[in-house]
Design a protein around this ligand. Structure first.
Ligand SMILES: NC(=O)c1ccc[n+]([C@@H]2O[C@H](COP(=O)([O-])OP(=O)(O)OC[C@H]3O[C@@H](n4cnc5c(N)ncnc54)[C@H](O)[C@@H]3O)[C@@H](O)[C@H]2O)c1
Length: 458
């Protein structure tokens, strides 16, 4: 029985290893992390992350061939294959601050593997990394005094939070990059063999290490770019009376473009898009390509503009003052289907609203604990899991995460309990705006003119 050890039990490590363990019963899969509380949670039915379908998969394989441990160093040498899925956030200090990837966790892991290994291993880059990181990893591993053979393979993860299990079960593609040497190709085949248990062979694509590393950054940059593109058009729609939903529909029906990721809103969030684009831009700059860097950086700048624009539109609609006004914030997760609030547009929007001295009541079906933590230093913030409670007495609702449950609420009841005039700002274009205006709301959409209530309602 071969042993896979995954270092990093986060949003990527946990779900990915659970699905590998499910499909590959002849492998022993161990997930390790320095965060002992996180490891303890993986051993219960209150998993440390929320992901639809994840608990079922974990329960089916935990204790069979999936195990969680916090003694990272003790586990390393048991592994034949090590997946590294530690976090690679944006660097917050020194050279490249605010742009480059912070590789300290990554390098610490590399040194641990070098120090603790006495037998040959394949080391798989699962984290998203700058191009040519594998070179640094090889340098650290090969400097090991233990004289161990290591082979470094790149296998970036393309899962999206909220659909992680589906994405892992039926990936559009699995990408594996390795050196062209015989040992590199043998390692590549070992990793192909794992995925071939459930992924059709034609969906497993192989390449060199550098192309594999760059493909992941590029995929995220393209996805984010589409969102910024449609958001840029949404701003023009609001000025001209066009409707961005209609524009997107017409544009997306062109088969060369396609309909996905063309929905205007408050902007993208999550731990990856912003970090990976800034990292890509930094790499371009480093390699003497400032024009290319500026092109990609603009995608992030537009995203910041979109969040500011949303708050400006609230301010403009509500008579240019939000001071002392109660605002129900519907949704704090960076998108529906996840409890993750990392780099959520909600955080930036709440900060801007707090600067205006608004009083916030935040509600979210899954991310309330994270919201509480993120806003723990903010004044005038209340939290409730109940959207009706959040909206009671509020001057406005700001819908920031498009949870489907918000479509099902009784808005007549909500309207009755709000201060008048009652405003609703739909940052996801999620709700039935005509119906809301008929109830009496002043409805503000992204990329379309506002809808006023009929004159007889108040
Ligand atoms: N979250 C996503 O949707 C997603 C998707 C694709 C790729 N990625 C990439 O995957 C990587 C991991 O992302 P994530 O969202 O799972 O991060 P995460 O923060 O949820 O998890 C990373 C884990 O690594 C652990 N860790 C850090 N240093 C360690 C060490 N030395 N030894 C043991 N454990 C250590 C941390 O305690 C943490 O639990 C990042 O590079 C990210 O860019 C993320």
């Amino acid at each position: 029985m071969k042993t896979i050890v995954c270092i990093g039990a986060g949003y990527v490590g946990g779900p990915t290893m659970a699905v590998i363990a499910k499909h590959c019963p002849e492998y022993r899969v161990e997930v390790v992390d320095v965060n002992a509380a996180r490891i303890a949670a993986w051993q219960t039915d209150s998993l440390p992350i929320y992901e639809p379908g994840l608990l079922d998969v974990v329960k089916a394989v935990r204790g069979r061939n999936l195990f969680f441990y916090d003694d990272v160093e003790d586990r390393i040498d048991r592994a034949d294959i090590i997946f590294v899925s530690v976090n690679t956030p944006t660097k917050g200090f020194g050279e490249g601050a605010g742009q480059a990837a912070d590789l300290q966790y990554w390098e610490r892991t590399a040194r641990q593997i070098a120090r603790c290994s006495t037998k040959a291993k394949i080391v798989v880059e699962k984290s998203t990394l700058p191009v040519r990181t594998a070179e640094a990893l090889e340098a650290i591993l090969h400097a090991s005094e233990n004289d161990v053979a290591f082979e470094v393979v790149s296998n970036p993860e393309f899962l999206a939070e909220g659909t992680a299990i589906r994405d892992l079960e039926e990936p559009d593609r699995v990408l594996i990059g390795a050196r062209a040497t015989p040992s590199g190709q043998a390692a590549l085949e070992e990793i192909v063999k794992i995925y071939a248990h459930w992924v059709p062979r034609e969906n497993i694509i192989t390449t060199d290490v550098w192309s594999s590393e760059l493909a992941k950054l590029t995929a995220n940059a393209f996805l984010a770019q589409r969102i910024s593109s449609v958001n840029a058009i949404s701003a023009l729609c609001e000025r001209t009376g066009a409707n961005v939903a209609h524009v997107s529909r017409a544009v997306g029906m062109d088969r060369r473009i396609g309909p996905k990721f063309l929905r205007a809103g408050v902007g993208f969030g999550g731990s990856c898009f912003r970090k990976d684009i800034l990292n890509l831009a930094y790499l371009c700059e480093y390699h003497g390509l400032p024009e290319v860097a500026a092109y990609w950086r603009q995608v992030v700048e537009l995203n910041e503009f979109q969040k500011r624009r949303f708050v400006r539109s609230m301010l403009g609609a509500m008579f240019n003052t939000l001071a002392g006004k109660r605002i129900a914030v519907f949704g704090f997760a960076f998108k529906p289907g996840t409890s993750d609030t990392r780099d959520s547009p909600a955080m930036a929007i709440c900060e801007l609203l707090i600067e205006e001295h608004a009083q916030l009541v935040v509600t979210d079906p899954r991310a309330l604990d994270n919201a509480r933590e993120d806003l723990k230093d903010a004044p005038d913030c209340a939290f409730t899991p109940d959207p009706y409670e959040a909206a009671r007495g509020a001057d406005a609702i700001a819908l920031i995460t498009g949870w489907p449950e918000y479509r099902e609420l009784d808005y007549e009841r909500i309207f009755r309990q709000m201060a008048k005039p009652a405003f609703l700002f739909d940052g996801w274009n999620e709700l039935d705006h005509e119906a809301l205006a008929r109830i009496g709301f002043h409805v503000y959409r992204v990329g379309a003119p506002p809808l006023e209530p009929p004159p007889e309602s108040t």
